[in-house]
Design a protein around this ligand. Structure first.
Ligand SMILES: [Zn+2]
Ligand SMILES: [Zn+2]
Length: 240
């Protein structure tokens, strides 16, 4: 509990660079310029995969990662970073390091990307829910924190439209069919949520295979939205 209050307190303070601890000027996402330059941003000058937002590494319509998965149920996927090096470290700190305040800097990166994409102002952000056991042990859902930061910056509503009913976690290592089976029935729409004709932006911290995002998307599509897009902070690069 004490840890939790320290974290809450940290949420109110100006933040040093999360990677090197240097004092930063506000307005640079609170990363120092050197560490910012080192972040593994997805190269925006390369053709982008519409499935995951990564660099299109095949001659086909989607990247090799998406090619191995079922067809994405969303209109378009975006991502800010490649999930490697400092991005991996930062997500680890956010998830396992009791550092909810990091959501400010990382959510800031997502907000920057969305500002560049200019997808419109009538979007609703939906964070991917965490299973209850994880949320209780961690004290927060990192995707929800990121969504809050993005929503506040871009003045978009955040709706916790989906709940996770089971405590199972799904292994990325499993085969596509096994993952699909494990994810079945794991998510459901919250009662009373009205998303008909809305433009949904589903937000998560990391896209590994996209199986979780697909399962949540399928639930969200039952609410008959006008469109469904997905954005993640980081996207796992293809294993080489
Ligand atoms: Zn730094
Ligand atoms: Zn892709």
């Amino acid at each position: 509990m004490k840890k939790f209050f320290i974290s809450l307190f940290k949420l109110l303070l100006p933040l040093p660079c999360p990677l090197c601890g240097a004092e930063t000027e506000r307005g640079f996402n609170s990363f120092c310029p050197e560490c910012y330059k080192q972040l593994p941003f997805i190269d925006e000058n390369q053709p982008e995969c519409p499935g995951c937002g990564g660099v299109l590494d095949s001659a086909l319509a989607v990247c090799s990662l998406c090619l191995n998965e079922n067809e994405r149920p969303w209109l378009r996927g975006y991502s800010v970073l490649e999930y490697r090096d400092s991005a991996r470290k930062l997500v680890g700190m956010l998830k396992y390091g009791n550092s909810p305040e990091l959501a400010r800097q990382l959510g800031g990166l997502i907000a920057d990307k969305l500002q560049k994409l200019d997808l419109g102002t009538d979007m609703v952000i939906v964070p991917v829910p965490l299973n209850l056991r994880r949320r209780l042990s961690r004290g927060y859902n990192q995707s929800q924190l990121l969504a809050k930061v993005v929503g506040k910056r871009l003045r978009l509503p955040v709706v916790n439209a989906v709940k996770r009913t089971g405590n199972r976690s799904v292994q990325a290592r499993r085969s596509r069919t096994e993952r699909h089976r494990e994810l079945r029935g794991l998510f459901s729409l919250r009662s009373g949520v009205q998303l008909a004709d809305k433009h949904i932006l589903l937000l998560d911290d990391v896209l590994t295979t996209g199986a979780t995002l697909s399962a949540v998307s399928r639930e969200l599509l039952k609410s008959k939205p006008a469109s469904l897009r997905v954005i993640t902070l980081a996207r796992t690069p293809r294993k080489v």
